[in-house]
Ligand binder design. Structure first.
Ligand SMILES: CC(C)(COP(=O)(O)OP(=O)(O)OC[C@H]1O[C@@H](n2cnc3c(N)ncnc32)[C@H](O)[C@@H]1OP(=O)(O)O)[C@@H](O)C(=O)NCCC(=O)NCCS
Length: 228
């Protein structure tokens, strides 16, 4: 399967949002933070706008994996395609994305491009979870600058073909080259994947929250990982 890794282009942002929703659409924290179908529909636009900003951000590398086995590279099929069709096919080839934040020293004047959350977002849960993850990173690394994998997803139709491995290895190589650790928080399901690649568990993160519109309380958990 000819998969290729590259840095995302602005024209990939909408496809990145599509893959993000397909990969995380059933994640309990996403459902808690964005509790209705209407909010989740609007979230897709927020993810696209954030991807556009991140692709332009010098302290973030947005990676994509393309499946180049599609007809794009088969000249007989694409003869007669105009430029727009070619671009559409190129976008559709993206099967996975990852965002790596680069190390930032405390004395650097850097502010990450902000998220613009849709109306109806459960900001209490979102902010509580953000505090938990910030505290976990601080416990693991203090203020040590690191590479941080902020989001990664593979289109479910293309999983277990090695796309995520390529994108995580990019971070490992840069972390080694720069002598800066690599850090990430993982869903419980993906934790074995990071262990296989050499990441070491450093912490468990959990948040108890009220399920929207019910009396029910639930607990969401992730694992934080370090690669040194
Ligand atoms: C986790 C995720 C990004 C992996 O993407 P992928 O492109 O399928 O990963 P790879 O093909 O590189 O996987 C390589 C190996 O990792 C392991 N692996 C991958 N996904 C796994 C899973 N869900 N459970 C257990 N092991 C897994 C397998 O050993 C796999 O090799 P194998 O197929 O030969 O057994 C993808 O499942 C996903 O998008 N999940 C939902 C979102 C998410 O949890 N993102 C990561 C947390 S931030």
């Amino acid at each position: 399967m000819p998969l290729s890794l590259s840095v995302a282009e602005l024209t990939d942002a909408a496809r990145i949002a599509e893959i993000h929703m397909a990969a995380f659409g059933s994640n309990a924290m996403l459902l808690a933070q964005f509790p209705t179908p209407a909010v989740r529909n609007a979230l897709k636009k927020s993810i696209e706008l954030k991807a556009l900003a991140d692709i332009d951000d010098l302290k973030t590398t947005v990676l994509v994996v393309r499946d180049s086995s599609s007809e794009l590279h088969n000249n007989s099929t694409i003869s007669g395609d105009n430029e727009q069709t070619y671009e559409r096919r190129r976008k559709e080839q993206v099967i996975a994305f990852a965002k790596w934040s680069h190390p930032v020293r405390l004395d650097e004047d850097y502010v990450e491009p902000p998220w613009i959350w849709p109306t109806g977002t459960n900001l209490d849960i979102l902010n509580d979870w953000a505090k938990k993850t910030e505290a976990a990173q601080s416990r693991a690394l203090g203020n040590t600058p690191c590479y941080r994998l902020t989001f990664m997803g593979t289109d479910p139709a293309y999983q277990r073909r090695g796309a995520a491995t390529m994108m995580v290895r990019w971070g490992i190589e840069h972390s080694r080259k720069d002598g800066a650790p690599a850090y990430l928080e993982s869903t419980l399901e993906a934790a074995p994947f990071y262990r296989n690649l050499g990441f070491v568990d450093v912490d468990n993160i959990s948040l108890e929250y009220q399920v929207d519109g019910t009396e029910e309380r639930s607990i969401y958990e992730e694992v934080s990982f370090l690669y040194r």
